[in-house]
Design a protein around this ligand. Structure first.
Ligand code: EPZ
Length: 421
């Protein structure tokens, strides 16, 4: 089992360049199945979820050429299979986008019930509602979701909950449908805008992405023959912002969109940090112990759940008692048990956790319980006294490109050790 060995404490200093957004990439790749042609995608993050997605697309008949670790060409002219390999699709959450794109392109789709990070219940009723609104019949049984339709007809969809995945799936299934689809109470995350921009570049007619009403006028065909660059990863940028704060460091975070980070910036300033907006980069520094804070996770533009564990590390060493209320996922405080092994004083009950700030953390063997928990524990290991050994790296590798190299370039003493199982 591979592990990261981190020796702290280190004040992180220097520059880091943000990769393309994981949660945009894992929606843009299946969206490419809607194109009856060839497209080029740049700034793809080199992470295991992207590599798995590319393998799935190839099994469905797409041809993929790799120009570099971050740049591919997808030829989706001959999609000859609509049954995605169940063993691969059930491994990660974003495989549910294959339902929207295969249904849109071929009128039929079969995908394993999506896996992914264990964050508690992860229903897909709103995805199914969107497919059924446009006329599809959906069946969930034997560990898979099957959907079928003779002809997709645009319709109005009201989302009962604000859902990133259901909003994107509703877009995917509507792009080639006959007539107009309206999505009300849509999610507004930057990666939703990015998927819509990608599809519009390829010939779709999607308006209003980034607001809570999205209108899709169905088109006959997506032409391709275009190049698209994935938006910078808001969550990776936020992870390094919080790493700077936790370590009392000074980091220039390059290739990011500061506007996407407004609510993290506001919280960092509230707890005593400094943030400088430099257009396409952001500089974050901290020279004192953080102040306590109260955080509630919310859909964009609220404080993102995907930066909750990283902020949890900062608040674990804050001056005073902080509270985090996690309003999106039922089980996103599993990392707090690991942080407590490092000397933190956190008690969590359901969706609320109380952080009694301690002066410092101490190194310990800990386990990444999910992707963002893993990133948070790297931040914790870097500020802790002594050695931290971090296990379960497969979670981290799903979503962060070259994470240990990036931390090392900022001064962290971090090594990946490969150990036979
Ligand atoms: C996306 O998950 C992200 N994943 C998650 O990132 C992120 O935490 C989440 O959005 C919220 O921002 C991808 O983009 C691949 P949702 P998603 O549908 O789309 C409820 C990470 O670390 N809901 O917006 O699955 C649901 O239970 C990951 O990168 C329904 O009730 O999340 C939750 O409470 C983890 N019915 C809320 O909505 C549905 O049909 C938001 O979930 C769908 C969702």
């Amino acid at each position: 089992m591979d592990k990261l060995v981190i020796n702290g404490p280190t004040k992180l200093k220097g520059e880091v360049t943000i990769s393309g957004a994981k949660n945009a990439a894992v929606a843009i790749l299946p969206a490419a199945l809607l194109i009856d042609g060839v497209c080029k995608i740049e700034n793809l993050p080199n992470i295991s979820d992207v590599r798995t997605y590319c393998e799935i697309l190839e099994k469905l008949g797409a041809k993929i050429k790799w120009f570099s670790d971050n740049e591919i060409e997808i030829d989706a002219r001959n999609i000859d299979c609509t049954q995605a390999p169940l063993d691969m699709t059930s491994k990660f959450r974003a495989s549910y986008y294959l339902l929207g794109s295969l249904l849109g392109r071929c009128g039929t789709a079969e995908v394993g019930i999506p896996g992914g990070c264990n964050l508690g219940a992860r229903p897909i009723d709103q995805h199914i509602k969107a497919f059924e609104s446009l006329g599809a019949k959906v069946d969930v049984s034997q560990g898979k979701i099957s959907a079928k339709v003779k002809k997709l007809i645009g319709n109005s969809i009201y989302m009962d909950v604000v859902s990133v995945g259901a909003t994107i799936n509703a877009i995917l299934v509507s792009v080639l449908a006959e007539g107009t689809t309206t999505i009300d109470n849509a999610a507004k995350e930057p990666h939703i805008v990015d998927v819509a921009n990608f599809l519009n570049t390829m010939g779709a007619d999607i308006r209003g992405a980034g607001t809570d009403v999205i209108k899709i006028n169905g088109v006959k065909k997506l032409h391709g023959d275009c190049t698209y660059s994935v938006v910078p990863d808001q969550i990776e940028a936020g992870t390094f912002m919080l790493a700077a704060v936790a370590s009392k460091g000074d980091i220039l975070i390059k290739n990011c969109i500061p506007e996407h980070l407004d609510c993290i910036t506001a919280k960092i300033i509230e707890i005593g940090g400094n943030v400088e907006d430099l257009g396409d980069s952001i500089r974050v520094s901290m020279n004192k112990r953080p102040n306590k804070a109260t955080i509630k996770t919310l859909p964009y533009p609220g404080y993102p759940t995907d930066l909750q564990p990283q902020m949890g590390v900062v608040l674990s060493i804050a001056d005073g008692t902080s509270i985090i209320n996690e309003s999106i996922w039922d089980s996103r405080f599993q990392y707090t048990c690991e942080l407590n092994k490092m000397g933190a004083k956190i008690t969590d009950q359901g969706k609320t956790a109380v952080f009694e700030g301690v002066k410092n953390l101490t190194g310990a063997p800990v386990y990444a319980t999910d992707l963002r928990a893993g990133a948070a524990l790297i931040i914790a290991g870097n500020i802790a006294d002594g050695e931290t050994q971090l296990y379960n790296l497969q979670h981290i590798d799903r979503g962060y490109e070259n994470i240990e190299e990036k931390f090392r370039s900022l001064g962290a003493k971090i090594q990946r050790i490969c150990e036979p199982d």
